[in-house]
Design a protein around this ligand. Sequence first.
Ligand code: ADP
Ligand code: MG
Length: 644
Amino acid sequence: MTANEAISEETMLRKQSITPPETSTPSPSPSPSTPTPTTISASDSELSEIFFVENSRRKQSIKIQVKLCPEGVYLRRETDEDDHINEQLIRIDDIIGSRYGPRLKKRARGGLNSCKNPNGPGQEAAPEPDSDNSAYLYIYAYLKKEKPLRRVQTLRILRFRSSNDYGVNLKTAETWHRTIRQHKRSNGSSSPADTGKQLLILLNPKSGSGKGRELFQKQVAPLLTEAEAQYDLQITTHPQYAKEFVRTRKDLLERYSGIVVASGDGLFYEVLNGLMERMDWRRACRELPLGIIPCGSGNGLARSVAHHCNEPYEPKPILNATLTCIAGKSTPMDVVRIELAPGGDKHYVMYSFLSVGWGLIADIDIESERLRSIGAQRFTLWAIKRLITLRTYKGKVYYLRATATPPKKSEPVVEMAREAEENPQANRSSLPEFQDLPEEDELDADHFADAISLDRSVYRQHADSWHSAMSRRTAYYSLGGPSLRSNRSRMSITQRIEAANAEFAETIPSGTIPGLQVPLSPGDGWVCEEGDFVMVHAAYTTHLSSDVFFAPASRLDDGLIYLVIIRSGVSRHQLANFMLSLNTGTHLPVGEDPFVKVVACRAFRIEPTGSDGILVVDGEKVDYGPIQAEVMPGLINVMTTSGQ
Ligand code: ADP
Ligand code: MG
């Protein structure tokens, strides 16, 4: 079988006539009878050629005009009857990459035949396999569809065979390939293929169900190949490996274009904190976008990022997140600087991206660990147990309200997402669909034969030097006292110069709120609530995990922490409703509520009374004691499908 038989007529065509959009610099398209140009200027923003698709059922060829322009690839079927014109636009954003060369070994579906048919349309002769001088262009696209929101895998193959010389055909295919990349670049996508740098991929083989490697090889590596992304895969061998890798790697910024975490939130936490402990942390945060591919059990960030860019998540979270990581775009995201003082001389700083929890949800999260073997049910079971034996905690909660008005509770993000579904983006044309490749499972496996091998021995050499890494929660530097600046007036000139030099050289990111040991004053805008609490839980992304839609109004870079405070006295019925509605994001009260309060703030402090309780940062238990948090707006960049 030849590639030109790969698409049958009914899969290609639906009755439709739509005018292609105007392009800014149109160039003349060759008429069907014109021999295909073999030299096309690389600066051309539009390429156009005629191809033929063999329709084996009707024993004839269908003529298809394929146009590559800044918006994407147009396929337009032309027949004798004018009213039978079909079109499809494959948007440039939906194309992840292309590859050109000889035909890939196994028959690939979705193929369009050569542009110039020497025998005239309808008389296409199948070439001898041995004498195939054609060059092929494989265009890999994942079309975004609404209702339900999903990405549909699409492969288009263009076969160039105008010339009897393979080299000439190859040159044409290469021009198409290069032009696709140019259009992607002008559309704001900086592909790893263009930067000359690699993506650093950190994979935790133990995360989630422990199948990280297989998932990577089956679902992630093929997409990276399609996107022509060069990458350096580092498989973690122990906790702290990822943190130490990004913290100590001298050529991190020169070598890598971004960092992708293939794991759960725990490994992302390591990467973030490793970056923040670098001398060049500010530049590293600015220049290295971070991505996450959800292979873990706690995937709050991956779900939040998908929500942010209106990308699908389930049922293929890994595939969808990989597409986001190779889209070549990023958007700023807030980081929260946390200070902990669990007693004695201990004093830590850490950087968080998801949440801080004290009370009910933190307890359920950590205490239910002992039921890990029963899976996700453990949360439900433990929630019931904790609702029956409800615990409250005494202490003080301070917060600094955000000055900007956050979105009203009655118009949370859920509503906006719903609207987007009902009203697909205006610029997303509702062209008829070409029926395409069956979804991924049916793809020829050996298309991806060149996906890298995951032989661990290759990576082992990197691991040894990091065995000395300390445990995740003890590796933080200790804090100095209040800012030097406040004592300045009492300093001598020499002291001032030294202090100024010290400040200038200071590479540690510093907070702007008083240190944890300094009492907070209401005069500075701090609100204090004192009493018994069932729960205080702060979130800065929408989702705490893939099914806990905790802060629907949150945005990745809104500079806001959503603090949910539940006071003692709340009924079990109200609490049960709260817990049951967490997955739909409808748990928060719409109006005033005497027990449940939501505050959008920039900073907060929790001072628990007593030493018995659980505190959680980004889903992991930390030492119990006073804790404070302050948002650092837009400090890092996360990989998204929209944005810069
Ligand atoms: P999960 O969501 O399944 O818990 P995470 O990515 O959060 O997955 O990882 C959990 C923890 O595993 C992290 O805190 C990380 O430090 C640790 N870790 C990383 N690599 C390894 C490894 N090779 N073996 C064991 N633990 C590891
Ligand atoms: Mg936010």
